[in-house]
Design a protein around this ligand. Sequence first.
Ligand code: ADP
Ligand code: ASP
Ligand code: MG
Length: 425
Amino acid sequence: MSKSLIVQKYGGTSVGTLERIEHVADRITKTRKTGTDIVVVVSAMAGETDKLLKMACRLSKNPARREIDLLLSSGERISAALLTIALQARGIPALSMTGRQIGLQTDSTHTRARIKNIDTQRARKMLRENHVIVVAGFQGINPEGDVTTLGRGGSDTSAVALAIALGARQCEIYTDVDGVYTCDPRIVPQARRLDVVSYDEMLEMASLGAKVLQIRCVEFAHKYKMPLIVKSSFEEGDKGTLICEEDANMEQPVVSGIMCDKNQAKITLKEVPDQPGIAANIFAPLAHASISVDMIIQNVSEQGHTDMSFTLQREDLREAMVIMDKVAKKIHATHVSSDAKIAKISIVGAGMRSHSGVAAQIFKTLSAHKINILMISTSEIKVSCIIEQKNSKLAVNALHDAFNMKGKPGKMNAKRKTAKKVKAV
Ligand code: ADP
Ligand code: ASP
Ligand code: MG
């Protein structure tokens, strides 16, 4: 482990304009002067990935995932090169690197590849030669030598994986908020910043729609105990959130966060014959296409037929509908429909294990605001409801109030401050 190495990741808004890139270059220059070795990972400039995706979709209804990967990877390359040019202009010896050049090897699942290995030989040599390395995030190379990408928000995962592979002392994620909040501060302005969050809670939060961190990056950080710090690139100072191992003395809050995932869609198959093997017929082809399904609901059977609904990520909807049209013919379902105007609202809290009544309180609150629940799912430490997307802001604000999460840091935060602190540079 290199005690002096840190990995810093700057997200899309942090490198969104040339002025922002200059600002990031100034920050890195300052840190560099403290004698710290730095590897920087950058995202594409804000909006760039969406813009490229839209261009592809104008040319084809179903563009090949391999081509999408090559296209999207260019966004991060632009930021990496521009930031490196800005650093060099400040007299900092810096070099930009693509995923391939930094040795980030993945499997072959285009657009959502998983990291298999990082060959750090070249990076270590560059660090010995005193370079700041600026890596284009979100991308790697598969065994065939083709460019892959790591799924939306994947630069977070590039950063954590590099921090682990290079033995950095911590990984800092710089973004447009100064930490992880009880809820997305864009939806609930009174949301409260959490000083410390355990890996377990962050995993739930990320998987339920807190897009401040990609879930894979939290999984990696958890597995290899890499301290993660989320901070704002727009503000100076030490404020931020530390994500680390749970302290044994840490009190488990009943509710630690409310997540809202608007990136969901629902597919319904009507009048599916209710017989063994039907679920396998529906879900096996989706699994084969690496499409993850979230909630599944099967209605009560009537005259040997039933309706089946399930949710998935909206970006997979188009491909899933192509598959479901074929499946519906095969299993003799009468109709397939989709709804992309839904949202998943989730309440997370490790203390739910030992406290009852959270689900009841959620249902009561939503009903008081006349919000209809379309689907429900629960686990030990979370309750999720699918609702109409137009009600999501109202629902999240109402629940945030109902669980009294705003205001000054309460007992939960005070206790959490006792967790091991890792100082952000
Ligand atoms: P970047 O481009 O830096 O990767 P993202 O847009 O991916 O930034 O993530 C930062 C955004 O995550 C914030 O602007 C905020 O709106 C959103 N967000 C969602 N949930 C949370 C949360 N619980 N705490 C903080 N930010 C959140
Ligand atoms: N640019 C990619 C995205 O918009 C990856 C990232 O920003 O982390 O999803
Ligand atoms: Mg992000």
